[in-house]
Design a protein around this ligand. Structure first.
Ligand code: SF4
Ligand code: SF4
Length: 711
C-alpha cells in the first residue's frame, strides 16, 4: 500500500466531521431501510431484479439495437459508443452545432465517469450542476463521495461557508435558508441554459424510454426547459420490457434513501416541444466503456446487475469510517472498487481493493444480488497474477505452505515471545512490531498447542466420530477451546479425532489474492480430513468453516484444478460449524444443560462469516439461553469487529476505530461477559478490552456451554 494512500486514510479517520456525519447516517439508515422494506419479501424482489438485469446483460447488443430503433421512431437521436472520448466529442459537437453557451445538468454518475464537466468548461461552455448535492461539490471543487448522496461527507457548516462565498453574504447553517439560496441561484441558470444533460436510471428497449428517479424536481427542469436535452446512459441500464421498471422502482428508493418512492419519477419517451410548438432535440447516448466486456467475463458479469442505489456504501463499516474520497475515483465503496478496476484500469484498484475487510454487509443488502466481496477477491487474484506477490507475502506464504516449518515456527514463537508475555497476553512488542499491539493486546502463544494436548485427552471409544479442524488460532493460541469442544462432543456420545496433518485453511492467502497458495492448503487439508470415515468435520472457527465448506471448491475451480473438485464437494458436505451441530444435538436430546440456575446477562457478537456466509445466528443465542444466560443484545451486534484476519495488521488505522466502536457497544449493554463463536473475534475483542483495562470477560460459546453440561 502506498504511503500517500495510508496518509489519506489517516486523515479521513481523524476527521471528526466526516466520521461523525457518516456514522450517524449509517446508523439511522439501517433502521429506516428496514422500515421501508416492511411487508416486502426482499429476497424475492432482489431475485427478480437480478434476473431482469442478468438477462439484459446477456443481450446488451440486441437490447441497444431495439432501444435505438424505438427511441428514434419517437424522434430521439441515439448514439452508441464504447469510447468515453467519443461521448465527449459527440456532446461537444451537438453543443457547437446548436450554439450552446451554457449547460444545466441533473445528477449523472456516467458524466462524472468521463469527467464531462471539465471537458465542456475547457471548451468554453459553462456547466451548472442542479442537484443540490452535486452543486455543493461543484462549488467545493470536489468529486462525489457517494453515488446517491454526493455531498454526504460535508457538514452544514461547510455548506454554509461555501454558499456564503457564492452569494457574497454571511449565511447561517439554517437548512431551509440554504436550500432557498440554492434555489435562487439555480433558477436563472435553468431558464438561461441552452442544453440540459441528464443521466438515466433505466432505459427500456421495448418503449425507447428512459426513466429518471429524483427527489428535487431539477431533472424535470433540466430535461424540459432547454431546447436540447442529452441523456447519457450506461448500457447496463437497459432492460427489455417496460414491466421490468416496477421492481427496480420498488427497490431503488427503498435501498438508496429508505424512501417508499422518490418525489419524482419521470419517464421520457421521445422529445418534448418548445413554447412555439417546434420539437426540442433529444439525444440519448448509450455508453459502453467496457461494460459489454464486463458482461462477457463470468466473474464480473454480475456487477452489471447494479442499480446504483448506494446501499452497499451505507452499510459498509469501512466506507462509514473513511468516506468516499479515499477511494480516489468517481465510484466509491466496494462496488466502486470493482467499477474503478474496470472503467479506469485494474492497477487503479491496487490500493483501494485492500480497504475491503470482507465482512459481507454489502452483499446482504444489495438489491441487485451482487456478491461484491467475491468480486473484490477476484480483483486481488488478478492483481497478483499481473504483478506477482510482494516479497513479504512470498516469505510468509512460503512458510504457511510448509506445514512442518509453519508449526515449528509457531512453537518457536511461543518461546521467543516469552519476554513480552504477561499472563495470557502480549501487551507490547518492540520496534517495528509495536503497531501490532496498538489498541489491542495479542494472545500469548500457547505453551502447549492443542495438537499436543489432544494426545493426552482420554476419550471413550465411541461409534460415532467427527473430525475436528482446529485452525491455527485454536491450535496455537486458544487450545482450551479445542479441549472444551472434545469434552462437549464426548458428552453427546461422539468421539473426536484430530487429523494431525491438518494445516492452515488458506484464508490468509486467499484474502490476499494468493490463490495458488490457498489451493495448496486446500488440497493438503482435503486429503487429511477425508482420510477417515467420519460423520462430520467440525470447526469452531467460522472463517475456517467457510474455507472448508465453500472456499476450497471455489479456489480449485477458479484455478481449473478440477481433479480435486469431487473431494472438495465431499468435504464441503461433511463440514459443519460448532453451533449448528451442538444445537442439533440439543434438539435430539443428546445434550442438555444444568437447569434452575440463572447466570445473568451476557451479550453476543456475531462474527461476519458465521452470520452472513453460514447464516447461523439464532443457534448460539438459543444455546446460551438454554445454558442459563440472559442474552442482552448489543447495538449493531452483527457489525464487524475490525479483525478480518491479517486486515487488522495491515490496516490498524481502520481496524482500531472499528474495534473501539464494537467495545463501546459491548460496554453499553452492561453485560459482564460477551460471547462469540470465532476465535479471531475473541482475539480482537479480548485484546481490545484488555488494553482498555475492562473487566468484561470474552468467551467462545464452546467454553461457556461446556461448563453448563448436565452431569
Ligand atoms: S452494488 Fe448493489 S447495493 Fe451497491 S449500488 Fe449497486 S445495486 Fe446498490
Ligand atoms: S464486504 Fe464489507 S468491507 Fe467489503 S465492501 Fe462489502 S461492506 Fe465493505
Amino acid at each position: 500500500m502506498k504511503k500517500e494512500f495510508k496518509e489519506s486514510i489517516k486523515r479521513a479517520v481523524n476527521d471528526a466531521n466526516l466520521t461523525g456525519a457518516l456514522g450517524k447516517f449509517s446508523e439511522a439508515y439501517k433502521v429506516n431501510r428496514a422500515k421501508a422494506y416492511e411487508g416486502i419479501d426482499f429476497e424475492e424482489l432482489r431475485g427478480r431484479i437480478a434476473g431482469i438485469k442478468s438477462e439484459a446483460a446477456c443481450d446488451l447488443d440486441a437490447l441497444a439495437e431495439s432501444f435505438k430503433k424505438k427511441a428514434e421512431s419517437l424522434g430521439a437521436k441515439v448514439y452508441r459508443t464504447c469510447d468515453p472520448q467519443e461521448v465527449k466529442d459527440y456532446i461537444l459537437r451537438v453543443a457547437r452545432e446548436g450554439g450552446v453557451k451554457s449547460v444545466v445538468k441533473s445528477k449523472s454518475m456516467a458524466t462524472e465517469e468521463i469527467h464531462l464537466n471539465a471537458h465542456l468548461l475547457k471548451n468554453g461552455i459553462s456547466v451548472a450542476e442542479t442537484d443540490l448535492g452535486e452543486w455543493i461539490i461543484q462549488l467545493a471543487g470536489q468529486a462525489p463521495s457517494h453515488m446517491v448522496m454526493p455531498a454526504i461527507h460535508m457538514t452544514k457548516e461547510e455548506v454554509a461557508e461555501l454558499f456564503s462565498k457564492e452569494v457574497d453574504e454571511r449565511l447561517s447553517t439554517d437548512i431551509p435558508r440554504l436550500v432557498q439560496v440554492a434555489r435562487g441561484e439555480l433558477r436563472p441558470k435553468f431558464l438561461g441554459a441552452d442544453m440540459g444533460i441528464s443521466g438515466g436510471n433505466i432505459a427500456v428497449a421495448e418503449t425507447g424510454s428512459i426513466v429518471l428517479v429524483t427527489n428535487e424536481g431539477n431533472a424535470r427542469l433540466v430535461t424540459t426547459l432547454p431546447r436540447i436535452h442529452i441523456a447519457l446512459v450506461g448500457v447496463e441500464k437497459l432492460v427489455e420490457r417496460f414491466d421490468s421498471v416496477a421492481p427496480i422502482l420498488e427497490a431503488l428508493p427503498r435501498s438508496a434513501t429508505a424512501q417508499l418512492l422518490t418525489s419524482y419519477v419521470s419517464i421520457i419517451s421521445g422529445p418534448t416541444r418548445n413554447d412555439d410548438g417546434s420539437q426540442k432535440e433529444l439525444h440519448i447516448i448509450l455508453m459502453d466503456n467496457r461494460r459489454t466486456e464486463m458482461a462477457r467475463d463470468p466473474k464480473f458479469k454480475q456487477a452489471l446487475q447494479c442499480i446504483r442505489c448506494g446501499s452497499c456504501l451505507n452499510v459498509c463499516p469501512i466506507f462509514r469510517l473513511v468516506g468516499g474520497h479515499v477511494f480516489g475515483g468517481i465510484y466509491t465503496g466496494g462496488i466502486g472498487t470493482i467499477l474503478t478496476a474496470w472503467f479506469d484500469e485494474l492497477k487503479k484498484s491496487e490500493d483501494i481493493q485492500g480497504l475491503c475487510i470482507q465482512c459481507g454487509n454489502c452483499k446482504q443488502v444489495c438489491p441487485g444480488k451482487i456478491d461484491i466481496p467475491e468480486m473484490i477477491m477476484e480483483i486481488r487474484r488478478r492483481l497478483v497474477l499481473e504483478q506477482g506477490q510482494s516479497l513479504a507475502q512470498k516469505a510468509i506464504f512460503g512458510v504457511v505452505n510448509n506445514r512442518k516449518l509453519f508449526h515449528s515456527m509457531l512453537r518457536a514463537a511461543s518461546v521467543a515471545a516469552k519476554p513480552f508475555t504477561s499472563g495470557k497476553f502480549i501487551r507490547h512488542l518492540p520496534l517495528f512490531l509495536s503497531d501490532l499491539t496498538e489498541g489491542r493486546s495479542l494472545p500469548a502463544i500457547a505453551a502447549e498447542p492443542f495438537r499436543d494436548t489432544f494426545k493426552k485427552i482420554k476419550q471413550p471409544r465411541l461409534k460415532e466420530k467427527v473430525a475436528f479442524y482446529a485452525g491455527c488460532l485454536i491450535d496455537f493460541a486458544y487450545p482450551e477451546m479445542g479441549v472444551a469442544l472434545v469434552k462437549l462432543l464426548n458428552k453427546a456420545g461422539i468421539e473426536v479425532i484430530f487429523p494431525e496433518e491438518q494445516t492452515c485453511c488458506g484464508a490468509p492467502a486467499l484474502y490476499n489474492g494468493a490463490y495458488e497458495v490457498a489451493a495448496h492448503n486446500a488440497v493438503e487439508n482435503i486429503q487429511v480430513l477425508l482420510k477417515e470415515e467420519v460423520a462430520h468435520v467440525i470447526s469452531a472457527c467460522p472463517t475456517c468453516t467457510v474455507a472448508l465448506a465453500h472456499d476450497f471448491g471455489n479456489t480449485l475451480e477458479t484455478l481449473g484444478q478440477s481433479e480435486w473438485l469431487p473431494q472438495a464437494k465431499k468435504l464441503s458436505e461433511k463440514t459443519i460449524d460448532f453451533a449448528t451441530l451442538v444445537k442439533r444435538l440439543v434438539d435430539e436430546g443428546r445434550l442438555s444443560f444444568k437447569e434452575g440456575e440463572l447466570l445473568g446477562k451476557i451479550t453476543y457478537h456475531d462474527s461476519c462469516h458465521l452470520k452472513r456466509t453460514l447464516n447461523v445466528f439464532e443457534e448460539p443465542r438459543e444455546l446460551l439461553q438454554k445454558a442459563g444466560y440472559q442474552v442482552s443484545e448489543m447495538f449493531e451486534c452483527d457489525m464487524c469487529c475490525g479483525m478480518g484476519g491479517s486486515y487488522s495488521m495491515k490496516l490498524p488505522e481502520i481496524s482500531a476505530p472499528i474495534l473501539q466502536r464494537k467495545l463501546s457497544n459491548i460496554k453499553e449493554t452492561g453485560a459482564p461477559m460477551v460471547a462469540m463463536d470465532c476465535p479471531g473475534c475473541v482475539m480482537q475483542i479480548r485484546g481490545g478490552l484488555d488494553q482498555d483495562g475492562s473487566q468484561i470477560r470474552v468467551k467462545h460459546t464452546v467454553e461457556l456451554l461446556v461448563d453448563r453440561l448436565q452431569d
